[in-house]
Design a protein around this ligand. Structure first.
Ligand code: FAD
Ligand code: N01
Length: 531
């Protein structure tokens, strides 16, 4: 056991942990990042499945604090692929000389607050022990892959992979009969790529998802130049916007315009691609009638893209309002079902009952497969935090405190756990935004808080229980006014058996949330106890 003492321990070396390290070093603090993977990148290190790329524009999916780099960096495509994003974060880490402060291949298993010393003790696997005044969880919202318990998986004789834990060397599906379980964003990106390579692809779909075309392609030189010229204004606009984006979001109901105008608007948004579509009208996620109009438009698009009408109907989501499961963004997803080597199997009516040595059994039918891809998502937002045994004052365990769902003040700190911060934690907008904007906002707020504490020699900061309760009531109240409740999603923990059904992110909007956080700080960290 080697004991090592730092001002700050940061868990996770994705975009959050890397920026947090940079801010801590800028404050003159000693910091160490502890990362389970063999290198940096987080999401973009682990998710190497075919077709993996971001679905917010590359030009906005990057750090805004590196103004020189944003002018230098060339993003070749409108939506950057995984390898390009990984290359970017690797470059940032080397450019800022941060690698020596990042310890990889080390998983944090325990973090315990010592009330006598006001310090955190962090224990890892392989076993080492660290102490620090501050412990910052940059563990990611979508970093704990969910592999459902399928009977017989251990007997399967082919290869299987989870999209969130993809081999670095890649997987060659040439000449193989492949099965993919799931039709969320990961599946929708990988299905066209796998279908193009494999001999045959069978898609096992439980719930069809809404997907909007990406219209991906190279970014032209003129567009890049214009974008770079406008960067400061675009970044500023994203910071105060509802979802950290630069697209226009008019405050108008879909019900307040004529059918012709609505059709034109939906068509224009569809042709712009991606999340623009949801911003066509301000009430698509609050008003069922407006949502039905948008749903009808997308259903018609799906039917026009898929040749077989039976398959097209299977692909039209009818059990949840558009956008209440995270919207997917695709390149040729629906058209892939027009290929002769692709089959769609409904596993809602008859679920997968087991994995057998040569494939997947659904009811009485065995689908013979040489390889299986599980695109079955993540234990989102709380999974990575609850995997660590975190103990606060009086030995209270995070796992006990959050047994009925997470409770947090601003999604950034938790009562009873002094000097512990969660980057993009539950109760913050995080996954409902361009996460780069939310990550930067949280990291900067935490860094300012730490700077304030160091300047005034404050030993500990922690939320007051009543401030936390008030914030959680607000988070839940706003969520209850949205259509999100009508859908079984990872936003609600519904994808993990036994997980409490609680809406996890904050729907109040990135811009509004930023104002709330800034006000809290301006009022001397209102709602926190500083000792
Ligand atoms: P992560 O990137 O998840 O990093 C967390 C790190 O913490 C991981 O490396 C993990 O190994 C490490 N870790 C966790 N627990 C421990 C532990 N106990 N000990 C040590 N290390 C630990 N967001 C967008 O805004 N736009 C997109 O287009 C987009 N595309 C996405 C595509 C995919 C396939 C996925 C899965 C997510 C996507 N996201 C997207 C969300 C994405 O997760 C965030 O944008 C962002 O990358 C999160 O960065 P992070 O550093 O907070 O977390
Ligand atoms: O996971 P998901 P994901 N039997 O949870 C199905 C981000 N992301 O990895 O809907 C059969 O969305 C499950 O079915 P159902 C983004 O935030 C972004 O695709 O629960 N099926 C569903 O179809 C995204 O939302 C990008 O009925 C089972 C699928 O598996 C988040 O990460 C790309 C099953 C899981 O879908 C997660 O996306 C990728 C079972 N037992 C990810 N269990 C971008 O494009 C689960 N399923 C930027």
């Amino acid at each position: 056991m080697q004991e090592t003492d730092f001002d700050v321990i940061i868990v996770g070396a994705g975009f959050s942990g890397v920026y947090m390290l940079h801010k801590c070093r800028s404050l003159g603090l000693s910091a160490r990042v502890i990362e389970a993977g063999t290198s940096v990148g987080g999401t973009w290190y682990w998710n190497r499945y075919p077709g993996a790329r971001c679905d917010v524009e590359s030009m906005t999916y990057s750090y805004s604090f590196l103004e020189d780099l944003e002018q230098e960096w060339h993003w070749p495509e409108r939506y950057a692929k995984q390898s390009e994003i990984l290359r970017y974060i690797d470059h940032v880490v080397d450019r800022l000389g941060m690698r020596k402060d990042i310890q990889t291949e080390t998983r944090v298993t325990e973090a315990t607050f010592n009330e006598a010393t006001n310090r955190w003790t962090v224990v890892t696997d392989p076993e080492e022990q660290f102490t620090a005044k501050y412990c910052i969880m940059a563990t990611g919202c979508l970093s704990t892959p969910n592999l459902p318990q399928f009977d017989g998986l251990e007997s399967y004789e082919g290869d299987w992979h989870h999209t969130g834990y993809w081999p670095k060397e890649g997987v060659d599906f040439s000449g193989k009969r492949v099965g993919i379980v799931g039709t969320g964003s990961s599946a929708i990106q990988s299905i066209p790529m796998i279908a193009a390579q494999a001999d045959h692809l069978t898609v096992f779909q439980r719930t069809p998802n809404f997907s909007i075309p990406a219209w991906n392609g190279p970014i032209g030189e003129d567009a890049e130049r214009e974008w770079k010229k406008a960067y400061p204004e675009l970044r500023a606009r994203a910071r105060v916007s509802p979802v950290g984006a630069t697209f226009e979001a008019p405050d108008i109901s879909a019900m307040d315009v004529s059918a012709e105008e609505r059709e034109r608007t939906f068509e224009r948004r569809w042709n712009e691609g991606s999340f623009n579509f949801l911003a066509a009208y301000s009430d698509l996620l609050t008003n069922k009638e407006s949502n039905v109009l948008a749903t009808d438009f997308v259903h018609r698009k799906i039917r026009s893209r898929v040749n077989d009408p039976v398959v097209a109907e299977m692909l039209c989501p009818k059990d949840h309002p558009l956008g209440t499961k995270r919207l997917c963004v695709d390149t040729d997803y629906y058209e892939t079902y027009n290929r002769d080597n692709v089959a769609l199997v409904d596993v809602k009516t008859t679920p997968i009952n087991s994995i057998v040595p040569d494939g997947i059994r659904v009811g009485d039918t065995v689908y013979p497969l040489d390889a299986i891809v599980f695109a079955t998502g993540f234990d989102a937002m709380t999974g990575a935090l609850l995997n660590i045994d975190i103990r606060g004052r009086g030995g209270i365990a995070f796992r006990d405190k959050w047994a009925d769902g997470p409770s947090s003040y601003l999604g950034v700190a938790v009562a009873g756990f002094p000097n512990l911060f969660t980057v993009t934690g539950p109760g913050s907008p995080s996954v409902l935004s361009n996460m780069m904007v939310s990550i930067e906002q949280h990291v900067e707020w935490i860094a300012d808080c730490i700077a304030h504490m160091e300047k005034d020699a404050v030993a500990t900061i922690e939320p007051k229980p009543e401030a936390e309760s008030t914030w959680m009531a607000h988070v839940n109240q706003l969520a209850s006014e949205m259509l999100y409740q009508e859908s079984n999603t990872w936003y609600l923990g519904a994808n993990i058996p036994g997980k409490p059904r609680v809406f996890l992110p904050y729907v109040g909007g990135v811009g509004h949330y930023r104002t709330v956080c800034d006000d809290v700080a301006a009022k001397g960290y209102e709602g926190f106890t500083l000792a």
